[in-house]
Ligand binder design. Structure first.
Ligand code: 5GP
Length: 174
């Protein structure tokens, strides 16, 4: 059954594009020998594809899938790897590309398992951050936008697998 919620645009498509372009400049400056992007599926797939197109030729990418929320809007705190990387990251300059950091539990877990694989550098880019929700202090080098404690959808982020295709970020149920 398709359920429609009231939605308000929080971050416009144009503002997202401007910010992604400037994040790419920062990332390029810090990764002079190229960067290996690790996209955290599914939520980061649009962020990854926009970011990658603003980075230079010596950029490679891979995908990982983890479970965090299921279909509800509450974090379970349980993280499970559903799909692992296709190639080793040892000695590489790796950038985790994540949609949103909320409690920080998912990202901390991901950083720990990837760091154990001995990349040369491991950094993280998150499109969105909800600082007021943090349960664990996690390092994120590149943050697109800090937002309030609201459940958001669009630009890759879903509610029950819907709304990922929106070009903007919207607040659901407002
Ligand atoms: P954390 O482990 O930091 O609490 O949660 C991270 C994951 O929860 C994100 O990768 C994302 O999948 C999901 N998440 C957290 N906040 C939101 C939100 O506002 N909207 C959506 N769609 N997912 C969220």
């Amino acid at each position: 059954m398709l359920v429609y919620f009231a939605m308000n645009v929080l971050i416009s498509a144009d503002d997202i594009q401007d910010r992604v372009r400037s994040l790419a400049k920062e990332i390029e400056r810090d990764h002079t020998e190229g960067v290996h992007l690790v996209c955290v599926l599914k939520g980061a797939f649009i962020f990854l594809s926009d970011l990658a197109r603003h980075l230079p030729g010596n950029t490679t990418l891979d995908f990982m899938a983890v479970s965090s929320y299921g279909t509800s809007t509450k974090s379970s705190g349980q993280v499970q790897v559903l799909k692992d990387l296709g190639s080793p990251i040892e000695g590489r300059d790796v950038l985790i590309v994540e949609d949103i950091v909320d409690t920080g539990l998912t990202l901390t877990y991901l950083q720990d398992i990837l760091r154990a694989r001995s990349p040369r550098h491991l950094r993280t880019a998150c499109l969105l951050s909800k600082p007021s929700r943090r349960k664990i202090d996690v390092k994120v080098e590149y943050v697109g936008f800090s937002i309030e404690d609201k459940f958001v959808v669009g630009y890759g982020l879903d509610y029950a697998e819907q709304y990922r295709n929106l070009p903007h970020i919207a607040v659901i149920g407002d």
